[in-house]
Design a protein around this ligand. Structure first.
Ligand code: DAH
Length: 365
């Protein structure tokens, strides 16, 4: 857009619109006239902001011609000063508004030009780096898949839990020494960050009707020093199967099936006694070493076995505490360390990578 500076209002028009008949010295009128012509010409050639700026400075600024002219008014005799002043002010106003108009016209055309040159293709694929799944999420999905195929439902529970769900209803009495096994992070309102996913057993027993089988993957928290195999935030998959006449044989069968599917090879398992207040008997389940197959190597410290998960038969108190009749129902439970599985799968030596947010680590998956 261009501003038309061959304005319809000519100098003589402008002059005759003056509302006064008082005589003004022709020399003053002439300098006004000349100034107007000059200002028009100067505005005409302005191409950009910077030009406009110097135009303003030359004519309308503090030391601009118009200002100087107005200062000169005081030298006129009082008779004519009023009328001359009016005319000078009117010129100032005219130049002011022309300057404004030219400024916005220039802005407009710059914008139009910018838009014309801009290309935006909404369908063009973004070149941004793509994210990837966290290794723990990848393995969690695999574990869920394997257990789903064995008829397990997937349950979820909150990370902030009550003392009742995390301890009490799992047969930890208020002064049970086993509470000291867990370094708990408490919230100010007397709740806690769940120290294990076993609290989802509790929630499941309360909402499901036996028989049922569930797993519950999720984040858990402990107030703990960290090292290569300990984190304050880590992941577990709780498992529970409740039915009639469930035995340790069922437990072994399910665990063996899961591990063999997950590691894609036949694994032998064995049970050693272990203690947890919510199972009786409780076990530590070992599997034949993934590295050497049982003959002994560095990974299994020459024993041929690696410790994989704690498990056991659900303590009758736990069933009772959660509304299930222990005379009729029983079952098993287990607690898989999810991070451990990820570390074994990908040969990762330090658990602290998982929560580190380290992109060089994460981008490998
Ligand atoms: N909740 C236990 C822990 O975090 C792990 C565990 C042990 C879970 C035995 C179980 C179980 O279901 O039967 O240390």
């Amino acid at each position: 857009m261009r501003l038309d500076l061959t304005a319809p209002l000519t100098w003589s028009d402008w002059h005759t619109t003056m509302s006064t008949n008082e005589p003004v010295p022709s020399s003053f009128i002439e300098s006004l006239h000349a100034l107007r012509e000059k200002a028009f010409a100067s505005l005409e050639v302005c191409q950009n902001e910077a030009d406009l700026e110097s135009h303003f400075y030359a004519f309308l600024g503090k030391k601009g011609s118009i200002t100087l002219l107005l200062k000169g008014l005081k030298d006129l005799d009082p008779e004519t000063r009023r009328s001359a002043g009016q005319q000078a002010h009117q010129l100032r106003q005219e130049l002011d508004s022309l300057h404004q108009a030219k400024r916005s016209a220039l802005k407009q055309s710059a914008l139009q030009e910018h838009i014309k040159q801009q290309r935006f293709d909404a369908l063009r694929p973004l070149n941004a780096p793509r994210g990837s799944l966290h290794p723990v999420s990848i393995i969690q999905a695999e574990v869920e898949d394997i257990f789903s195929r064995m008829g397990f439902a997937i349950m979820d529970g909150p990370e902030v839990e009550s003392d009742a769900n995390n301890f009490e209803r799992l047969n930890f009495s208020a002064d049970h020494p086993a509470r000291d096994m867990q370094d708990t992070i408490w919230t100010q309102d007397g709740n806690l960050m769940r120290t294990h996913t076993s609290c989802v057993q509790v929630r499941s027993m309360q909402v499901l009707t036996p028989p049922f089988r569930i797993i519950a993957p999720g984040r858990v928290f402990r107030y703990e020093e960290t090292d290569a195999s300990h984190e304050n935030t880590f992941h577990q998959v709780e498992g529970m199967m409740i039915g009639e006449n469930i035995s340790v044989a069922n437990l072994i069968h399910i665990m063996k099936s899961f591990l063999s599917t997950f590691f894609e090879r036949e694994l032998a398992v064995r049970l050693r006694p272990g203690y947890f207040p919510f199972v009786e008997p409780g076990f530590e389940l070992d599997a034949s070493c993934l590295m050497c197959g049982g003959s002994g190597c560095q990974t299994c410290k020459q024993s041929g076995w690696i410790e994989l998960l704690p498990c056991g038969l659900v303590h009758p108190n736990v069933l009772q505490l959660n509304g299930i009749n222990p005379q009729r129902w029983n079952g098993f439970a287990f607690g898989l360390g999810l991070d451990r599985l990820v570390m074994l799968r990908y040969n990762i030596k330090d658990i602290r990578y998982f929560m580190s947010g380290n992109l060089r680590f994460l981008k490998q998956f």
